[in-house]
Write a protein that binds this ligand. Structure first.
Ligand code: LMR
Length: 401
């Protein structure tokens, strides 16, 4: 039966990494997949992570299975990272957190839970969104709708169009929002816009599903939680999918979490029991190592302080590369928008939605061995002092022709 199988197209993001690795150009630049790189172009293990791993190695007593929903210590640490201690959501026992194999795994488990327990619910996604969102929910069997999000002319959130489209949401539909550092646009709602979005979802009796993969990459751990906290204050039900790939630089440990907020502690427990049945039939129970690292760091004051410094350094380096990219383009008289290049510095998180079109992206790859996602999304964290001039020269060349 295998002889007639046709090859699948490469993944729009991870496929770029494969092509990049095969490229023999010594000056190649990978600005595709969202992986942080330091000033030397490498993705080092954080010092806080190394220290936590040392502790784990010395204290680990067993490799026995974790519970289906992961370790309780991890769940508590993640809840504390998401919600302030004073939050009624936590005090009233209305939040349950499960360990999931990173953000993608959390999204897929959420999708399977929705398809099994709420088959009438549709999921609404922003245009544009992370290219893996639709395949994940399609595979889980959840019907999908789109809402406008990014105004490409003004490089801003089109809040009016977004709220107007969300008028079409039915009670029990799920609206997927990016917690911060919207992927791919880098454009987030303001605190006031979060209030308007939360009010709209409350009016429509919708459930918010927050994809929260970049906490700490925008402005800071708490500052980046404004959307989550606004939604938790105004909505009785929430789903939060988190990833610790980026902010702990734990990409290959596949560590994330899935949090449900329900109207009551009893409802939260019932949801938890249903999600456990989903996990049992998907992968039984989660891998332990990443959760051990994150729990150790979050529960130790000195390790946590060290991690926060490392996270801030990542955030600040990205911000400085945004400025260098914008300045480098200005110096070459390249304008990526009608209003110049300033928008590159106000977008948040790892990505810049550059405005480069498919033709530019194609030429950058074919002629300069510079790899960026077809939508024009640039991973700013892949820019360094050593490659920024070459990048700006190449962008100048492809956009002037
Ligand atoms: C990205 O958008 O580049 C990251 O979230 C990595 C991925 O899995 O696509």
């Amino acid at each position: 039966m295998f002889e007639n199988v046709q090859p699948a197209p490469p993944d729009p993001i991870l496929g770029l990494t494969e092509a990049f690795k095969a490229d023999t150009n010594p000056d190649k630049i990978n600005l595709g997949v969202g992986v942080y790189k330091d000033a030397n172009g490498t993705t080092p293990v954080l010092e806080s992570v190394k220290a936590a791993e040392k502790t784990l190695l010395e204290t680990e007593k067993t490799k026995a299975y974790l519970p289906i929903d992961g370790s309780p210590a991890y769940s508590d640490a993640i809840k504390a990272l998401l919600f302030p201690a004073s939050s009624p959501v936590v005090a009233e026992g209305r939040a349950v957190t499960l360990h999931a194999p990173s953000g993608t795994g959390a999204l897929r488990v959420a999708g399977e839970y929705l398809a099994s327990n709420h088959p009438e619910s549709r999921i609404w996604m922003s245009t544009p969104t992370w290219p893996n969102h639709a395949p994940i929910f399609t595979a889980a069997g959840v019907a999908q709708e789109a809402y406008p999000y990014y105004d490409a002319q003004g490089q801003k959130l089109d809040i009016d169009a977004m709220l107007a489209a969300l008028d079409g949401v039915k009670a029990g539909d799920v609206v997927l929002l990016h917690g911060c550092c919207h992927n791919p646009s880098g454009v987030d709602p303001t605190p006031e816009q979060w209030v308007a979005i939360a009010d709209k979802l409350a009016e429509k009796k919708a459930v918010a599903l927050l994809d929260f993969a970049y906490q700490g990459f925008g402005s800071g751990i708490d500052e980046d939680s404004v959307g989550l906290h606004t939604l938790a204050e105004k909505l009785p039900e929430l789903i939060v999918c988190t990833s610790y790939s980026k902010n702990f630089s734990l990409y290959n440990e596949r560590i994330g979490a899935l949090t449900f907020v329900a109207p009551s502690a009893d409802a939260a427990k019932a949801v938890l029991s249903q999600v456990k049945t989903v996990i049992r039939r998907m992968y039984s129970n989660p891998p332990a190592h990443g959760a051990g690292i994150v729990t150790t760091i979050l529960n130790d004051a000195s390790l946590r302080a060290r991690w926060e410094v490392e996270l801030a350094a990542m955030r600040e380096r990205i911000q400085s590369m945004r400025s260098k990219l914008a300045t480098g383009l200005d110096q070459r008289s390249v304008q990526l928008s009608a209003t110049g290049n300033g928008f590159l510095t106000t977008q948040r998180g790892m990505f810049s939605f550059s405005g480069l079109n498919k033709d530019h992206v194609q030429k950058l790859r074919a002629e300069y061995a510079i790899y960026i996602v077809g939508s024009g999304r640039i991973n700013v964290a892949g820019i360094t002092d050593n490659n920024v001039d070459r990048l700006c020269d190449a962008i100048a060349a492809v956009t002037k022709n």
